[in-house]
Design a protein around this ligand. Structure first.
Ligand SMILES: Nc1ncnc2c1ncn2[C@@H]1O[C@H](COP(=O)(O)OP(=O)(O)OP(=O)(O)O)[C@@H](O)[C@H]1O
Ligand SMILES: [Mg+2]
Length: 489
């Protein structure tokens, strides 16, 4: 070891004057400094206090009441100055006796320059490391004590707390002393509803090397419910057994309360949106039936009346093409075919408002029908592969799935640039699965996340209300796939 330290001031405690003088001159020669020499233990204590040397070279056998070990003990306790013993020989018993005095080293007489230099440098090196360590420990201790979060260290086997910081009181109402007095106190105050989950997570943390942050509720000393976020580290021995657990606990009650309120609001909004969708569908159904039944029937009656008038008029003509009555009959025919056109338009409007095919023949047929209509209007080829079995869904669920299907095809026509759409409907393990795949440009993740347009948002919400799963996925220039999974009734 070749340690070079700046000059150390060394107090020499040696009852043989010649040796003492010799050591002092050696000190100078090897680059250190003497803080004086004394012959008795009592004087060594006085000199240590007065001179404040960097270290003490202490002879064990001294003349007078006090031997070197006793003097060293007092110097170490009172002034915390490193002591290196000078011994006549390496005697095990004597060395044993010095142990309680925190010795920094031993050096045997006669002293040679190299041994002395090494002993001083090692002692100063150790002193330096110890001071740095102490400094770091104090720094971390201060940080820990002033941290707003609760920090603790606990023995895994005995559940005894080795350390608990002051914030424990603020967080849980229990002071560090109460934790020291009661092993496993924290486990005891975990809310009963969370206990099982808490113990399970703790077990996971102990058995794995990952640090899993987890959240649970405790009941504090005043009976208040507090949400805790815990991050833990497990310290292990050489056999990789968990020895202790160190954890940081943060009060997240405020955040949790906000989250709960947000969740509540989301659920209320979802229910409101559901209610509005239902009202909308009911109104559409009502208007569609009124148009179909009322307007449709009135137009049919009108058509029948006109044909009656036309027949009666025909009886009164004599087949002369120039007869005014024949001109009138021709006009009547034109009007009748115009009424036919109106009847068709009315039917179309009624069907678009609410495809009664859905109510009468079910989802399979409605999808088939709408695909056909879509293909005609958009020029995008629709390939349908539907299952033979009709999915058993409530009318509310069926219309929701149908509306999502319509919105998906509308998006395909508006945004994809596709030439073909594949539509597949399957029933697997009590779930209806509808996939719509177009061969267009492919929706991008940012378009999915954007959230400013309402089509995708509406689809997601509708499926969530049905207790289902909705997924959209795009691949550049390969197309977009929308998948809807809904539990059957
Ligand atoms: N099949 C698709 N292929 C490519 N891009 C798509 C496809 N479907 C949707 N997108 C993109 O995702 C965006 C969001 O779709 P969304 O249906 O939410 O809104 P929108 O159709 O623009 O407006 P609206 O609110 O009227 O439905 C679209 O603007 C479009 O950029
Ligand atoms: Mg859209």
């Amino acid at each position: 070891m070749n340690l070079i330290f700046s000059k150390a001031r060394v107090l020499v405690v040696e009852d043989e004057k010649i040796i003492a003088k010799d050591i002092e001159s050696t000190l100078k020669r090897i680059g250190h400094e003497s803080a004086g020499s004394v012959a008795r233990g009592e004087d060594a204590i006085i000199a240590a206090e007065k001179e404040k040397p960097d270290m003490v070279l202490m002879d064990i056998t001294l003349k007078g009441e006090m031997d070197g070990i006793e003097a060293a003990k007092i110097i170490n306790d009172r002034f915390n100055i490193p002591i290196v013993y000078i011994t006549a020989h390496q005697d095990e018993d004597t060395i044993e006796k010095t142990k309680g005095t925190n010795p920094y080293g031993y050096i045997t007489k006669p002293l040679d320059d190299r041994d002395l230099s090494t002993a001083i440098n090692s002692a100063m090196y150790r002193r330096d490391v110890e001071l740095k360590l102490k400094d770091a420990e104090e720094k971390y201790f201060r940080l820990s004590e002033n941290a707003p979060d609760m920090i603790f260290s606990q023995n895994v086997a005995t559940r005894v707390y080795n350390y608990v910081n002051n914030s424990a009181t603020k967080l849980t109402g229990y002071a560090p002393k109460e934790y020291y007095d009661k092993p496993g106190l924290l486990e005891d105050i975990v809310d009963p509803e969370w206990k099982e989950q808490y113990l399970f997570t703790l077990k996971m943390i102990k058995s794995s090397n990952t640090t899993i942050p987890f959240e649970y509720m405790i009941t504090n000393k005043n009976g208040g419910k507090i949400w805790i976020n815990q991050r833990s580290v497990v310290l292990r021995n050489a056999k990789n057994e968990a020895v202790s657990i160190e954890a940081i606990l943060t009060d997240v009650t405020e955040r949790k309360n906000y989250e709960e309120k947000l969740e509540e609001t989301t659920l209320k909004l979802r229910a409101l949106s559901n209610y509005q969708q239902r009202i909308r569908e009911e109104e559409r159904l009502y208007i569609s039936r009124e148009i179909h039944d009322q307007l449709g029937q009135d137009l049919t009656v009108l058509k029948m009346d006109l044909s009656m008038i036309s027949k009666n008029a025909a009886k009164q003509t004599d087949n002369n093409p120039n007869d005014k009555m024949n001109v009138f009959i021709d006009e009547l025919k034109k009007t009748t075919s115009y009424i036919d056109e109106i009847i068709n338009k009315v039917r179309k409007i009624a069907t678009e408002l609410r495809p009664d095919i859905l109510d009468k023949l079910g989802l399979n047929e409605a999808i088939e029908w709408h695909s056909g209509e879509f293909e005609k209007r958009s020029n995008i080829k629709c390939i349908t592969s539907l299952c033979e079995e009709e999915p058993v869904l409530s009318p509310e669920k069926s219309i929701s799935v149908f509306r999502i299907f319509q919105e998906t095809l509308t998006n395909t026509a508006r945004h994809s640039g596709a030439t073909e759409v594949k539509i597949e409907l399957n029933i697997i393990n009590g779930w209806m699965i509808l996939s719509i795949h177009d061969n267009g440009r492919g929706i991008t993740p940012s378009e999915i996340e954007k959230g400013t347009s309402l089509g995708i948002l509406g689809m997601k919400e509708r499926v969530l209300i049905l207790g289902g799963i909705w997924n959209i996925n795009g691949e550049k220039n390969k197309g977009t796939t929308v998948q809807i999974k809904v539990p059957l009734n």
